[in-house]
Design a protein around this ligand. Sequence first.
Ligand SMILES: Cc1cc2nc3c(=O)[nH]c(=O)nc-3n(C[C@H](O)[C@H](O)[C@H](O)COP(=O)(O)OP(=O)(O)OC[C@H]3O[C@@H](n4cnc5c(N)ncnc54)[C@H](O)[C@@H]3O)c2cc1C
Length: 469
Amino acid sequence: MKTVIVWYRNDLRVHDHPALSIAAQDGTVVVPVFVLSDDLLSGKRSGSNRNRFLLESLQDVRTSLQNLGSDLIILHGTPNVELPKLAQLTSAEAVYYTADYTPYSLKRDKNMKSTLDTLNIEFRSFPGRLAVSTLDKLHTKTGTIHKVFTPFYKNWLEIQRRAVAELPKLSALPKSVDAGRLPELESITLRDDLSERALPGGETAGRKRLAEFIETDIEDYRETNNDMAADRTSRLSPYLHFGCVSPREVETLLPENSGAAAWHRQLAWREFYHYIMYNNPKTITEPFQERYSVLSWDPNPAFEQAWQDGKTGFPIVDAAMRQIKLEGWMHNRGRLITASFYTKQLWLDWHNGEAYFMKMLLDGDTSNNVGNWQWITSIGVDPAPVYRRLYNPTLQQQNYDPTGAYVRKYVPELQNVPDKYLAEPWTMPAELQEEIGCKMGTNYPNPIVDHKLARLAALERYQAVPRVT
Ligand SMILES: Cc1cc2nc3c(=O)[nH]c(=O)nc-3n(C[C@H](O)[C@H](O)[C@H](O)COP(=O)(O)OP(=O)(O)OC[C@H]3O[C@@H](n4cnc5c(N)ncnc54)[C@H](O)[C@@H]3O)c2cc1C
C-alpha cells in the first residue's frame, strides 16, 4: 500500500488542507509530521508568544488527527535530516506539503527537494497558505509584477479559486513509528517575553473566533475597523499566520454585505505582501524603493526603550505599545501609529522596530511585517508622499480613540485625565496634575520628542534622498 508523508509547517489544521486531503485518497497510509527545529524555535525571527501559540496549535491538530484515526508525529531536529529518515522508516513514496513563499521557506524546500530527489521520493506542493492557489498568475496588464495594491487587488479578485478540500478519513500511523512528545512550554519560551493575555492557539480556537466574528462583527467592519477601543476586528491574524484557519475556506463563508467585502479586501493585503516578498526576496532587509537605502538612522537606546515600554509621553503610542506587550497583538491602527512614530519621529532604524514586532506578535509574519513596516516608512510598495504616512499622534488619538477608552485601558496612570487633555496630557495645568495624581515627569513621562520639530526634520531627511531619473 502507498505511504505518503504530510509535512506540516504553518498549515496547522485538518479542514481545507489540500495536501492532507489528497494524500488520504485511495486508501493511502498518511503519515502527518511536524519537525521542531532550532531555526524555528530560537532563530532570530522567533518569539516566545509564537512558540506558545505553535505548541497549542500542534496539540490541537494532533487531537484532530487522532479523532480522524491518525496522529501527528513530532520530530526534533533539522527537517532535511529527519524527514528522509522518517521516509525510509515508513517506506514512504512521497512527501506532500503546503507551499509557502518566504525566502526562508523557499530555500528550505529547495534543499528538501534535492535531498528527496536523491532518494527517489516525490516532493509535491499543494495550495492552502493563501486564498489563491498560486502567485504566479498575478501580474499587471503589461505582464510585470504589481507594485501597487489596488490593481493587484482587482487582479487577485479575478483569479479563479479552488474548491475547498474535503475533511479526510485517515488510517492509523504505521506501527514502525512513534508519534513522539511535544516539548514543555518552559523549554521553548522565555517566560519574561510571554504576554499575559495572548489568544490561545489552534484550529479549534481559530474556527470559533471566525464563526463569532462572522456572526457579530463583520457586517459593521467597514465602520468599526479603525475604532481602537471597540476592538471589533477579527483578530484572526495569528490563526491565518499559523494556518489554523484557511483563507480559502474563509472566503467561502463570508456573507454578502459591505462589511464582509471590506474585510475581504484586508485579506488581500496579506496576499499582496506574500506576493511582494515572493517576487522581491531581498526586501526582507532592503527597501523595496531602492533609492531609500541611503537613509541613515540615529541609534538611540533611550528612545528605543521608551517606545518598547510604552513610555514616550504620547498616550496613543504608549497604549498601543503596552497592548503588544500584554496581548502579543496590536490593533492595526496602533501598528500604523507606533511604526510611523518609531521611524519618522524618533528616527530609529525600521529594521529594529520590525524585529521587536516580530519578537512580540502572535501573528508575526515576515512578509506582512516587513511589508507593512516598509509601507509606513514610505520605502516600500504602494508609494505615497512621505507626509501622508507621518502621523500626528494627537490627531490620530482624537480620530481613532475619541472617547479615550483605548488609552485609559492600557495606560491606567492616565485614567483620571479629563478628555480635554488626554491626547496631550503635558498641557494640563500643574494644579490639575496635582489634583488628579498624574504629575508629568513623575507619574507619566513628558513627551520624548517635539512632534512638530521631529516632523520637519524627518521631511528634510527624506527630501535629501536623491531621486532616480
Ligand atoms: C507596522 C505593521 C506591522 C504589521 N505586522 C503584521 C504581521 O507581522 N502579521 C500580520 O498578520 N499582520 C501584520 N500587520 C497587518 C495588520 O495590522 C494585522 O494583520 C491586523 O491588525 C490583524 O488583526 P485582525 O486579524 O483583527 O485584522 P482584520 O482587520 O480582521 O483583518 C483581516 C485579516 O486581513 C489581513 N490584514 C489586515 N490588514 C493587513 C495589512 N495591513 N497587511 C497584511 N495583512 C492584513 C490579516 O491577515 C488579518 O487577519 C502589520 C501592520 C503594520 C502597520
